[in-house]
Design a protein around this ligand. Structure first.
Ligand code: SP5
Ligand code: ZN
Length: 316
């Protein structure tokens, strides 16, 4: 398995987020990816490659030029150490832009597209260590620590001639990914996440959202109650995997968030570290070429072990 990694994500490291007027430490830290990367290297799992660079056209298919230009320009205007809380092209108001944000977000897309290229070339499994994450990024807006929608950009590339399923197992609903494919029948979006009545993104992720037009039936949401534990999660995951098996895609993209972990500081599911091996093993039963795309996960110190367990299940 190839692991795609770049140190450029460190250029995006805002010190604070402002949530309901309260300034606190930015939860989405560079240490998350670093912990996964170092742990997997230490265990000798996979072979690490650096991302290549790709045409901006891949991003323009998912994001409006006005939004891309806004992010590029505003990020470029900042000096090192300066921090901007944008007022538009944003779905929420707590995430931050710094001087390195645009470059890091572009590199995150390069990371996912390098993984996708491997899958198109016949690899069975690739792990794109994307940061910043992507699944909350919409056509014209950043949000939820996300700037460009890595998983959606990759799924769009993989779907050129083939059917693609996206399984989103981040704690939060991937509003950006859902929107991107809402009217398409060639890309199935299936998500397990916390009930949006109580948790971010609050506005989407309800079971009634099933797609539109020819996309009707190709968007499946499984909102789960707060404090969901291993057993209930597994039952729902099996349903999601049946949906995907029935759709019978050529490729699988997994939006892989580890913020479902019991000790995540900003989420509240109760999944345990050993359980991630079971999640991996269940996904393996689909037996599809699979692109793993890192999303959320804020219990920084545990992420290495979680990723290791997940991969053990997926590749054993
Ligand atoms: C990719 C991803 O997992 N994005 C997560 C978006 C979560 N948004 C809510 C974060 C709020 C964090 N701070 C809340 C502190 C309340 N005291
Ligand atoms: Zn999340």
């Amino acid at each position: 398995m190839k692991i795609v990694y770049s140190p450029k994500h460190k250029q995006h490291s805002p010190p604070f987020e402002i949530y309901d007027d309260v300034k606190e430490e930015y939860a989405e830290k560079p240490e998350g990816i670093e912990t996964i990367y170092n742990f997997l290297r230490q265990k000798g799992v996979g072979s690490v490659i650096s991302p290549g660079s790709f045409s901006m056209d891949n991003i323009r298919k998912l994001h409006h030029p006005a939004y891309i230009d806004f992010l590029k320009k505003r990020s470029g205007q900042l000096r090192k150490g300066e921090i901007l809380y944008p007022s538009y092209f944003i779905t929420d108001t707590y995430i931050a832009v710094t001087s390195g944000t645009y470059n890091a977000a572009i590199e995150s897309v390069n990371i996912v597209l390098t993984g996708a290229t491997g899958i198109l070339d016949g690899e069975k499994l690739a792990y794109s260590l994307c940061r910043p994450p992507g699944h909350h990024a919409e056509e014209r807006s950043m949000g939820g620590y996300c700037f460009f929608n890595n998983a959606a950009i990759a799924a769009n590339v993989l779907s050129k001639t083939e059917k693609v399923a996206i399984l989103d197992i981040d704690f939060h609903h991937g509003n950006g990914t859902q929107n991107a494919f809402y009217e398409r029948s060639d890309v199935l979006y299936v998500s397990l996440h916390a009930d949006p009545r109580f948790k971010y993104p609050y506005k989407t992720g309800f079971a009634e959202e099933k797609g539109k037009g020819k996309g009707l039936g190709f968007n499946i949401n499984y909102p789960l109650k707060l404090k969901t534990g291993n057993k209930e999660y597994l039952e729902t995951l099996k349903k999601a995997l049946r949906d995907i098996a029935e759709f019978n895609p050529k490729y699988l993209v997994v939006s892989l968030g580890f913020d479902t972990y019991e000790h995540d500081p900003i989420c509240d599911f109760k999944l345990t570290i050993p359980f991630y091996e079971e999640i991996g093993a269940e996904i393996k039963t689909l037996n599809k070429p699979t692109l793993l795309v890192h999303e959320g996960g804020y219990a920084v110190d545990a992420l290495g072990e979680i990723a290791y367990n997940f991969l053990k299940g997926l590749s054993s």
